[in-house]
Ligand binder design. Structure first.
Ligand code: TPP
Ligand code: SF4
Ligand code: MG
Length: 307
């Protein structure tokens, strides 16, 4: 990562392309998710946002870990990597820091993001790495056929908890607030307009933006989100931003504390220098201190000193 950082131009994110980016261009393989899986709607929403933002096609990168949701990059005709379970964020961080000209998106599940990758989530958030992370939360490990996940509710019966989970689930909004993420939101795969608007706001945020998107696993946790699905008798309660100051972390924490199904929308958003900007500043200062040497020359000199 560091050598690439030294060599890359510190360009601003690229301007919109002249060739129109359409859903057809963005579509790769036909998704292999089960019929009815919430992840289809997340993919459709992401196509819609990219069609609206019109970033240059070659400047879009989709990174994922492992899981049903993490199959996302296969279905996007963009640069993409289906990486290691829980390790999408460190890889995406390297891409974001070394290529300021590309837009980096990360997709994955609740297991990938909050369990095996939970450590990386905390650190990418506190460092405010410029990227957008969509956590497709279905409250279960889908790909491996029904194990308890960090967001499964107590009492959930699975292959790892046949008599019902006894462990308290994490609260994603509270965890993200505590870790220092600068854009934190919650949406729902069955609420297409809200999902599209939320993704767009997350992508336009200059920093680490994370969206928890409830996305039902119809195979292993059917009905999990009925209480927030109006056509199934639930309530979809959107945050009223005339009453909620998104810069107020204490207010956001109180919203996150509401009982299930809770609130949806932007809980928290603040501007803070990104790791990308701070690191670039440090690289520029070091290079000017060394008489404007290129990154490669600095590296060569250091190697000579170490010989
Ligand atoms: C290092 C490692 N540990 C475990 C696994 C097995 N594994 C693959 S996906 C997965 C969990 C998937 O659940 P989630 O991240 O919630 O995604 P979903 O399938 O629900 O979308 C596990 C445990 C693995 N592939 N690699
Ligand atoms: S197992 Fe669940 S999460 Fe995976 S594709 Fe099927 S419905 Fe979707
Ligand atoms: Mg899952």
């Amino acid at each position: 990562m560091s050598t690439a950082t030294l060599e890359a131009p510190a360009a601003a994110p690229a301007a919109p392309a002249s060739d129109k980016l359409t859903k057809k261009i963005l579509t790769a393989d036909h998704p292999t998710w089960c019929p009815g899986c919430g992840d289809f709607a997340v993919l459709a929403a992401f196509y819609k946002v990219l069609e609206k933002l019109q970033y240059p096609h070659e400047k879009i990168v989709c990174v994922a870990g492992i899981g049903c949701s993490s199959r996302f990059p296969y279905f996007m005709n963009t640069h993409g990597i289906h990486f290691i379970h829980g390790r999408a964020l460190p890889l995406a961080t390297g891409i974001s820091l070394s290529r300021p000209d590309v837009h980096v998106f990360v997709f994955g599940g609740d297991g990938d993001g909050f369990s095996i990758g939970g450590n990386h989530l905390n650190h990418a958030a506190r460092k405010n790495v410029k990227l957008t992370y969509v956590i497709m939360d279905n409250y279960v490990y889908g790909l491996t056929k029904k194990q308890t996940s960090p967001t499964s509710p107590q009492g959930f019966k699975s292959k790892t908890d046949p008599t019902g989970s006894i462990d308290r689930p994490i609260n994603p909004m509270k965890q993200l607030l505590a870790s220092g993420a600068t854009f934190i939101a919650r949406t729902h795969a069955a609420q297409v307009k809200h999902m599209v608007d939320t993704f767009e706001r997350a992508i336009l945020h200059d920093g680490f933006s994370v969206v928890e998107c409830l996305s039902e696993c119809v195979m292993f946790y059917e009905g999990s989100f009925d209480d927030s699905t109006p056509r199934k008798g639930g309530v979809y309660d959107i945050i009223d931003e005339t009453q909620h100051d998104v810069k107020d972390d204490v207010a956001a924490y109180k919203l996150a504390d509401l009982p299930s199904p809770g609130k949806f929308g932007v809980f928290y958003q603040v501007e803070r220098p990104t790791k990308n900007a701070l690191e670039q500043k440090w690289i520029d200062a070091t290079q000017s201190k060394l008489g404007g040497l290129s990154g490669k020359d600095i590296l060569r000199k250091r190697i000579e000193v170490m010989r």
